[in-house]
Design a protein around this ligand. Structure first.
Ligand code: BES
Ligand code: MN
Ligand code: ZN
Length: 490
């Protein structure tokens, strides 16, 4: 797929399909569109009338242009009301165009969409992201392809000349998001702690990257009893992954990104029962996937920021060697944890990962984790929860996520609820009461960060979608990568 940024007027563009964005209730064929309509013998006017196209968000119309015209087809996409037009509207519009153009067997696509907020670079980037993410299909595990149509070869971004750098940046970000999708979608017999470590090694071959993979013994030496407790019933070795990106010279900031990396979560001896979605728990490394995806994008973008990408990767399994409910573990900061529920395992692995991250002396830490079903109950499938005591990091992440089109909602770190984690025998329990379960999970994590500005993102809902939805096709979404890259670059 090739993207070109051109100043060719849409009136003069030639190719298979010309796609035009239109705001709601402002679908008027004036100026150059009137000329274009005349050139196409009234096709636009007819299409608008026949389909009653009004520019509503999510609506579109497509038709063939007769009579040996310089363009074969036209697509109209609705952009909704101008005051609801966001950067993400461009991703959605571009996704609709890309999917229609593919279905209509078009090879060359001209795209005419409005510039958002006088920012041609963000506009070009969002269009490219919408297209690439919408057309990405994971066919690794299918022996035969059902959809035989080929994606278009060329996309011309009209009126956006000179945006080559923005296009390349968007492509890098998509490479990261697609890696995250593929890691999440791969089942637990394909994506294991070993293959996750291999993927990390591969990413770290990029310039200015380094990697350290701590095996079980090294983790033991660091006192990572919480992480190793979770790992102890797996037949696969745990892998503590630490990728470092250090730009040449003095970095502007030093950041750490920590991802929950459970390649499978059976629940442990508190095994997940019927209806718990145990068969979907291959996605329990969605946080690590976003972390590695961000690393892959950063490898291509080479920003002036030092970034550490960390994940304590393992499975949560059962067996004679499994954690018993009630076992007491000691984390690497010396705190003891009564494991009253072995299914609250993510926070145990993150505890040691956060302690490790803070020792690196970074300016801020963000963790991403498919941590709780409670967060999905609270915010649904499209929105991640954000917990942080730090207003500055909250606003940085909110801004990064808005531009990314990845929804975040700040939730309360209600200290009083820590009472629910009090243990009569250890420093804390790992599981509180049912109510506010996503909050107590965040409060648990907070015990393992002393003074570094820190935010926790519970991404249990948005890492996966059951149905096709604009630029996310059913399955893994790659959620988090775009927000993380925006945050690092901000
Ligand atoms: N990985 C799950 C959380 C999860 C649930 C992710 C649904 C995606 C969809 C996590 O390890 C877990 O099992 N959490 C428990 C915590 C409980 C035992 C306190 C949960 O949410 O039920
Ligand atoms: Mn669990
Ligand atoms: Zn889990």
């Amino acid at each position: 797929m090739e993207f070109r940024s051109l100043n060719t007027p849409r009136l003069d563009w030639t190719g298979d399909v010309l796609a035009i964005g239109a705001f709601e209730d402002a679908v008027e064929l004036t100026d150059d569109l009137a000329q274009l309509d005349a050139k196409l013998s009234g096709t636009l006017q007819e299409l608008i009338a026949e389909t009653e196209f009004k520019g509503a968000v999510g609506s579109n119309a497509v038709t063939r242009v007769g009579g040996g015209s310089a363009i074969r087809k036209v697509i109209l996409v609705g952009l909704g009301k101008p005051d609801t037009f966001k950067l993400d509207s461009l991703r959605h519009a571009a996704a609709a165009i890309a999917k229609l153009a593919k279905k209509e067997r078009c090879k060359t696509v001209g795209i005419s969409l409005p510039v958002w907020n006088n920012e041609p670079a963000s506009t070009a980037g969002a269009i490219v992201e919408g297209i690439i993410l919408a057309l990405h299909q994971d066919r690794r595990f299918k022996s035969e392809v059902e959809d035989k149509s080929e994606p278009p070869e060329t996309f011309d971004l009209l009126g956006l000349a000179g945006q080559e750098a923005a296009i390349a940046k968007a492509q890098a970000i998509c490479n990261g998001a697609i890696l995250a999708r593929e890691l999440v979608a791969a089942p637990a017999n394909e994506c294991t702690p070993i293959t996750m470590a291999e993927t990390a090694q591969e990413i770290a071959t990029a310039p200015n990257f380094n990697i350290e993979i701590l095996e079980r013994e090294a983790c033991q030496e660091l006192g990572m009893g919480a992480f190793l407790g979770v790992a102890q019933a797996s037949d696969l070795p745990p892998k503590f992954v630490h990728i470092t990106y250090k730009p040449p010279g003095t970095p502007r900031r030093k950041l750490a990104i920590v991802g929950k990396g459970l390649t499978f979560d059976s629940g442990g001896l508190n095994i997940k029962g019927a209806g718990s979605g145990i068969e979907t728990m291959k996605m329990d490394m969605g946080g690590a996937a976003a972390t590695f995806g961000a690393a892959k994008a950063i490898a291509q973008l080479q920003p002036d920021v030092e970034v550490h990408f960390i994940s304590a990767v393992t499975e949560n399994m059962i067996g004679g060697n499994a954690l018993h409910p009630g076992d007491i573990l000691k984390a690497s900061n010396g705190k003891t944890i009564e494991v009253n529920n072995t299914d609250a395992e993510g926070r145990l692995t993150l505890a040691d990962a956060l302690v490790y991250a803070e020792k690196l002396g970074v300016d801020a830490i963000v963790d991403l984790a498919t941590l709780t079903g409670a967060c999905v109950i609270a915010l649904g499938n499209d929105i991640a929860g954000m917990w942080t005591p730090d207003d500055a990091i909250a606003s940085q992440l909110t801004q990064a996520s808005e531009l990314a089109g990845e929804k975040l909602w700040r939730m309360p770190l209600e200290d009083k609820y820590f009472e629910g984690l009090k243990s009569p025998i250890a420093d804390m329990k790992n599981t509180g009461p049912r109510g506010g379960g996503a909050i107590t999970a965040a409060l648990f994590l907070k015990q393992f960060v002393k003074e570094t500005p820190w935010a926790h993102l519970d991404v249990a809902g948005p890492v996966w979608t059951d149905k096709d939805n604009s630029y996310n096709n059913s399955g893994a979404t790659g959620f988090g990568v775009r927000t993380l890259v925006n945050w690092v670059l901000s």
